[in-house]
Write a protein that binds this ligand. Structure first.
Ligand code: ATP
Length: 259
């Protein structure tokens, strides 16, 4: 195909489409985190490098080339969480056990409702909210959370509303920190989560909310945060946190885990 003086082959269109998808997925993964600013910074330097190269400023081109060479390694270190999530995403969508046919043959099929028994968690959050009991409940998705579970106390008990409420009760020695849930088991309580680096958060979001946001930035887990101060429920997913009603909590958790 000829557009003006440009000759465009079908491979060029395929190339541009694939790059656009790649950039879109990278943007989706880093959106809202500090990594997104680093990514934008690197992109701007790269654009500057292209301009400098086109103009023919050789010394500056060389310096920028060296800088970007080292920068690429720095980016891998900085983006290791995002790269992991990206690879998990790719692996997940091509995984044999996710395929209906293979699941039936292998007999490994578990319905999403069985895998993520959200009802107990939603009920517990509702009660905690009405009683102004503060707490963070982290629901594991694909990413392994054992590193965070190890920072707390092992529970490994069957998930139930009563157990969640007992662990967060004011008389519990484990009511500080976060609860980590994996499928139908409460893995650990009293866990320490990474604190979010995002500094555009509302002033009423203290360390509890920042910890909930932090785990959602670092992994694909969802974190429910109930405020001790005002009983409000917030939900952190994919590096975003918002204060929501119980009905919205149910809707959003189902959309995230069951679809
Ligand atoms: N890194 C962390 N990981 C897990 N939990 C944490 C972490 N940091 C703080 N918390 C929890 O948050 C509590 C302190 O909450 P803080 O009052 O600072 O937060 P907040 O977001 O204002 O919540 P609230 O609305 O409930 O007051 C601590 O007692 C602890 O249970």
């Amino acid at each position: 195909m000829q557009i003006g003086f440009l000759e465009i082959k079908w491979t060029d269109i395929l190339d541009i489409t694939l790059v656009a998808f790649l950039l879109y997925y990278i943007y989706k993964l880093v959106r809202g985190s500090v990594a997104s600013r680093v990514f934008m910074g690197y992109l701007l330097i790269y654009l500057f490098y292209l301009i400098v190269k086109a103009i023919g400023l050789e010394l500056l081109t060389r310096i920028l080339e060296y800088f970007m060479g080292v920068g690429a390694i720095a980016l891998i270190v900085l983006f290791q969480q995002e790269i992991r999530r990206f690879l998990l995403l790719v692996g997940k969508s091509t995984s044999l056990t996710n395929n209906q046919l293979f699941s039936n043959i292998l007999g490994t099929e578990i319905s999403p409702e069985e895998k993520y028994p959200l009802k107990n968690v939603i009920e517990a959050a509702k009660t905690m909210s009405s009683e102004f009991t503060g707490g963070i409940i982290v629901i594991q998705k694909e990413d392994d959370l054992s590193k965070f579970a190890e920072s707390g106390d092992v529970i490994d008990g069957v998930l139930s509303k009563k157990l969640i409420l007992s662990l967060f009760s004011q008389y519990s020695l484990l009511n500080d920190g976060a609860l980590i849930i994996n499928q139908n088991r409460i893995k650990a309580a009293h866990c320490i989560l990474p604190i979010a680096s995002n500094d555009d958060l509302p002033s009423n979001y203290g360390f509890r909310h920042r910890a909930a946001l932090g785990i959602s930035e670092a992994t694909d887990a969802a974190a429910i945060c109930v405020s001790e101060e005002n009983g409000k429920i917030s939900l952190a997913i994919d590096g975003n946190i918002k204060t929501i009603s119980v009905t919205e909590l149910e809707r959003d958790l189902k959309a995230y885990f069951l679809k």
